[in-house]
Design a protein. Structure first.
Length: 337
């Protein structure tokens, strides 16, 4: 009789399925792995496993998460991971039932995204530009400042996910490019337009990296600066991925926020993605267009941004409705001018 697969083996099979059939990226797979490892550890203390766990022990686990102080959003994510896992085990006939099917998640309100004002973003852009043009900066400091300014301009111009932004290929900055091809979640590609400011920031940054490459060749030695300039990535680094990490960019962005007079806790790459979407909608962009630009599969994901246009819609009805002026006159009391 074949040995029963362990939780670790089943987790591996499940993640392989997500990667192969759903195109899940490394960050998604890591999140599932962490959640399921925690669930597996809980089951081990109960002397149970994925194959034998029943609905009650799943409820016990959700209760344990609550006891440990997990937020409702985190509990809901763990429940989602369990549901996907047990559906997979059922489909693969490893289990004959789905113990997670009847579980209900915690009630949670949908929180509104943090949004920077247009003035806030403008302050950060101006400060980043000033740092990139500082006369007393060393060549390495100037290159780093140009990179940050380029990242900021491209992010606010496109609304890319931070993982999409830092992994842009060098070819994305080719001369006169009006659009870039972005490979997003599920390995899906989409076209995103670039504005003039983003194109110029990319050109200036590439010129600086090319100059660094030339300097490294001039001394007849091979160094790190030269190897970076030869990278296929637009924002190269010496890390395992070969390009700038999300965490590194987030740290640089928070430092820039403080230098711009903003609170670091209010600024992140994802907040700037929110700002891109919110500012577009506020200025009259169509929700479906914003959905396409953000790479959202479901329009309901994009609809969270519609809170920013409520006041604009109210003012449009108030100011442009054909009966607005007549009704305003009727409300005036006799004798009013």
């Amino acid at each position: 009789m074949p040995a029963k697969p362990s939780n670790t083996q089943l987790t591996g099979l499940f993640l392989d399925m997500l990667a192969a059939e759903q195109g899940a990226g490394p960050n998604t797979l890591d999140a599932y792995r962490r959640d399921l490892t925690d669930f597996s550890d809980f089951l081990a203390h109960k002397r149970q496993d994925f194959i034998g766990a029943d609905t009650q022990v799943l409820r016990d686990y959700l209760g344990d998460l609550d006891t440990r102080g997990f937020k409702s959003t985190s509990v809901a994510r763990r429940l989602s991971a369990m549901r996907h896992l047990f559906r997979f085990l059922l489909n693969e006939r490893i289990r004959s039932d789905d113990p997670a099917a009847i579980l209900s998640g915690p009630k949670r309100g949908r929180s509104l995204p943090k949004v920077l004002s247009i003035a806030d973003v403008d302050r950060m852009l101006r400060r980043a530009k000033e740092l990139s043009e500082a006369a007393d900066a060393s060549p390495s400091q100037r290159l780093r400042s140009l990179r940050l300014y380029c990242l900021l301009e491209v992010l606010y111009a496109t609304g890319l996910r931070v993982s999409e932004l830092v992994s842009l290929p060098r070819s994305a900055a080719k001369r006169d490019a009006r659009m870039i091809v972005v490979r997003g979640k599920g390995n899906k590609e989409r076209l995103v337009p670039l504005n003039e400011a983003a194109r110029q920031a990319m050109a200036d940054y590439l010129a600086a990296t090319d100059a660094a490459k030339g300097d490294s060749r001039g001394d007849g030695k091979s160094n790190k600066k030269g190897s970076l300039a030869a990278s296929k990535w637009l924002f190269p680094s010496f890390g395992e991925s070969g390009h700038l990490t999300r965490q590194h960019f987030a740290r640089d962005l928070k430092e820039l926020a403080v230098a711009s007079g903003l609170q670091a806790r209010l600024v992140s790459p994802h907040v700037l993605r929110h700002a891109f979407a919110s500012h577009l909608l506020h200025n009259g962009a169509d929700l479906r267009i914003v959905q396409t630009l953000l790479g959202h599969t479901d329009i309901s994901t994009t609809q969270i941004y519609t809170h920013v246009v409520e006041e604009r819609l109210k003012s449009l009805v108030r100011d442009l409705h054909p009966l607005a002026e007549r009704r305003s006159n009727l409300r005036r009391r006799p004798g009013q001018a």
